[in-house]
Write a protein that binds this ligand. Sequence first.
Ligand SMILES: C[N+](C)(C)CCCC[C@H](N)C(=O)O
Ligand SMILES: O=C(O)CCC(=O)C(=O)O
Length: 403
Amino acid sequence: MFSTLNRGLRAVLKQTQALAGNWIQNSQTRACATFQLHKDHLVLNYGGAGMHFNYVWLRDHCRSESSYNSKTNQRNLDTATIDLQIRPEKTSVEDGHLVLTWPGGHVTKYSLSWLAENSYEARKQNPVQPRILWNADIYNKANVPAAKWDKFMSCDEELKTFLQNYLLYGFAFVEGVPATLEATEAVTQRVSLIRETTYGKMWSLIADFSRGDTAYSTLALDRHIDTTYFYEPCGIQVFHCIQHNATGGRTLLVDGFYAAEQLRQKSPENFELLSRLSIPHEYAENTGTHRNHMIGIGPLLNVYPWNNEMYLIRYNNSDRTVINTIPHDLVQKWYTAHRELTTELRRPENELWVKLTPGKVIFIDNWRVMHGRESFTGVRQLCGCYMTRDDVLSKARGFGLLA
Ligand SMILES: C[N+](C)(C)CCCC[C@H](N)C(=O)O
Ligand SMILES: O=C(O)CCC(=O)C(=O)O
């Protein structure tokens, strides 16, 4: 039986990888290739597509032993020694390879399928991370299963399915976890590395008005991501509500990328503005023994320049500090764009409300999915931690879930 997750994943992979997949498949089935030489690049026609390769690039990526250490996957060649006007003296296609002879006699050989996979044209068509963007209805209909603690801790398949969910939707649950800080730490470390911050490695939150942040109060918190005041905001947020004897306190989740894509469709110039102009966020706190003071500056919407795919939404209206990074004639435009994005983020149909209860641990992609909280009365203890993004993605690559 296939879970909804697998159906969802198959659909997305089909959609998003169709082009690149065909590209590579065609490349392999059609062994013949032609090329044209131009001033500083050649065009390779292979598998029905034209790919452009610059000559310096072709010399720089040479996989011969003297140029590249294939044991360590590191370059041996000193790129600064390549003549920037370099051109191959001889070029041919032989046995599924492009063969280039450089001035001085060095020979570079690339398999055509390697070139097809590593071309800019393929990269541009391939999303870095296939995702299912959601509003409440889309997510609820998907019936995404939660991982089960026992299985999760011992079975790689359970961990893999969990990571697939996490990558596609930007959050995922593990259920049946003992309601302790130690078990929360263990379940996190089963995934990957904890990122220690000024809040501690593992933290435990109980309404505490001595701390200098509203997170430690019983007040409602509007949708936001955490640590916008770091140049690299924390990648993953882990929450476990280990004690709940309170009214209210539900958790709000909003897919920031879904909302931002609505903005991109309705108002591309405002999307572009928010991705171009940088704004600062700040955290300042006196702890009694020392002062924590962090400032991070960057655009609200962050997209990869080669394919415009979004990878980070730096949105936290409480922690956004003085805007002195935008010239006056663009400030009004920035506020207009921010308002439009906020309207999308606040649409009731985009809000997913969940109740975190003891045993249920949530992992949230803090670069994509925003969280918030309803106000509460009574005792509510939340523990958790942050995780390093790169290590979680590395784990996913290990399972073949990500290129
Ligand atoms: C999660 N934990 C309670 C440890 C930290 C809370 C950080 C709150 C801060 N306003 C931010 O959004 O980054
Ligand atoms: O108390 C909660 O549910 C969330 C707290 C929060 O938003 C945070 O710590 O960033």
